[in-house]
Design a protein around this ligand. Structure first.
Ligand code: TGC
Ligand code: FAD
Length: 390
């Protein structure tokens, strides 16, 4: 009988992975353990992201890892998902940094850009020499980005951008922003905006109790002029930004499992060593039931993401399937994190253990990239044929 490789691989899902996929996962896992875990508590306390690790992340090949060419690793989507899982096993802020760069900045340039735009930006973004952000959400328009107020006015060979974006990951440290704006006919268009252009500001948003080791910013655009060559020409309409979200949501479905695994593993270790009533708490039936429930949800989530990855690799997936996986896996991860917090007793609120940090992070992950209820509605629209958003 084959032995399972880890406490969280109860169904030998390892055997469903190729050698390359396992190697990618293990390489990223080792890097996260060796280089990221020793510094996460400090960054979480201080509300900072370890920017000094960006060159090492680039060397690992994690930026745009599923893109072929342009200096990217060219991995399949399952390997890409496993990378997201291992990064988020460390912290959701680490996965956020990498998934924004790849799925929300490199992907739109790849899918909607010109060859000149791809050659200019993708190799530099893959090397981490340039950092990007994605501006869709506005102060008054989150779940309903189609009502955005940000405007792009044509002026000769240029476009003039005005508006405000909110809750933008990496805005303050970005060299380039993908900004979504409506033209004078009300058509949504994407623009590559260098952040040193006059009129562009990206103040950091403070006071977050979640995703503390991630930079979140406002984007303020006041008469920012960009040439037409900065417009992403190969898409028009809301399907442009939504297509990017599909890529990022796919990665999040795997990432959330990483956070769930970290919480489960910490709970299992804690339960085996914490003595109450002269016994390890792992010997009580109620504690055992909770550990079983956690593992059960992780296994189901693993199979869901793996099958979604195989569908994506054969290009036979759809965005409602991605919504279901994001919705489910983030939801179970948050429930597991809350249970883990409880199982650690008072220690569960201390950052000596990872569980409170994951629990707080997952509150954001449940909201961003489409809230839980928006994903329920996307799946419902797919199965009923009726949209219930408005
Ligand atoms: P709707 O009429 O349904 O769709 C407009 C067009 O877009 C197409 N479409 C999609 N295409 C690709 N992927 C998807 N997921 C798509 N969803 C829809 C659709 O077929 C249609 O195409 P066409 O050809 O007919 O024009 O649009 P709607 O205005 O009714 O909105 C639907 C809704 C509510 C589902 C959508 O707006 C939505 O997903 N809202 C949630 C907003 C959201 O997720 N924002 C995320 C911002 S970015 C972020 O959070 C980054 S966090 C990153 C990090 O730190 O990790
Ligand atoms: P709202 O849309 O106001 O929703 C509030 C509540 O109403 C939710 O419970 C929602 O489910 C519910 N609701 C809304 N509409 C409906 C409906 N039709 N039916 C039923 N219920 C509904 N955005 C970016 O563009 N780029 C980024 O990099 C980015 N990074 C982020 C980082 C963090 C840490 C966070 C917290 C957010 C980030 N976001 C980013 C924004 C994120 O995508 C939005 O917060 C999210 O889409 C929800 O929008 P909202 O906050 O305006 O909530």
């Amino acid at each position: 009988m084959r032995k399972t490789v880890s406490a969280t691989d109860f169904y030998d899902i390892d055997s469903l992975l190729s050698e390359d996929e396992r190697l990618t996962r293990d390489t990223v896992r080792e890097w996260v353990d060796a280089r990221f875990m020793p510094v996460i508590t400090k960054h979480h306390r201080e509300g900072t992201f370890p920017m000094d690790l960006v060159p090492e992340l680039a060397d690992l090949g994690v930026f745009g890892a599923n893109i072929h060419g342009y200096g990217c690793a060219g991995l399949n989507n399952v390997a890409y998902g496993l990378i997201m899982q291992e990064l988020e096993r460390g912290d959701s802020g680490l996965r956020s940094f990498v998934s924004v760069q790849g799925a929300l900045v490199m992907y739109p340039i790849l899918a909607y850009g010109t060859e000149a735009q791809k050659n200019k930006w993708l190799p530099a973004l893959a090397k981490g020499e340039k950092i990007g952000c994605f501006g869709l959400t506005e102060p008054d328009h989150g779940s309903d980005p189609g009502s955005m107020k940000t405007r792009a006015r044509r002026k000769g060979d240029d476009w003039v951008l005005n508006g405000a974006k909110m809750w933008i990951t990496n805005g303050t440290v970005a060299d380039v922003a993908i900004v979504w704006a409506k033209d004078e006919q009300g058509v949504v268009r994407g623009f590559i905006v260098e952040t040193d252009r006059p009129g562009f500001q990206a103040p950091e948003m403070k006071g977050k109790f979640s995703l503390r080791a991630s930079i979140t910013s406002e984007l303020v655009l006041e008469d920012v002029v960009v040439p037409d060559s900065n417009r992403l020409p190969n898409v028009e309409g809301l399907k442009g930004p939504l297509g990017c979200l599909t890529q990022a949501r796919y990665g999040i479905s795997w990432g959330a499992l990483g956070a769930a695994m970290a919480c489960y593993e910490s709970s299992l270790n804690y339960a085996k060593t914490r003595i109450q009533f002269n016994k390890p708490i792992a010997s009580f039936q109620l504690v055992q039931a909770r550990l079983t429930d956690m593992l059960c949800e992780i296994v189901k989530g693993q199979l869901l993401s793996l099958q979604l990855g195989r569908l994506k690799d054969s290009d036979t997936y759809n965005f409602a399937q991605v919504s279901l996986a994001k919705m489910n896996n983030v939801n179970i991860a948050l429930e597991i994190a809350r249970n883990a917090r409880d199982l650690h007793g008072a220690n569960g609120i201390a950052d000596e253990y990872p569980v409170i940090r994951h629990m707080l992070n997952l509150e954001s992950v449940k909201t961003y990239e489409g809230t839980h209820d928006i994903h329920r509605l996307i799946v419902a629209s797919s199965i009923t044929g009726v949209q219930a958003f408005s």
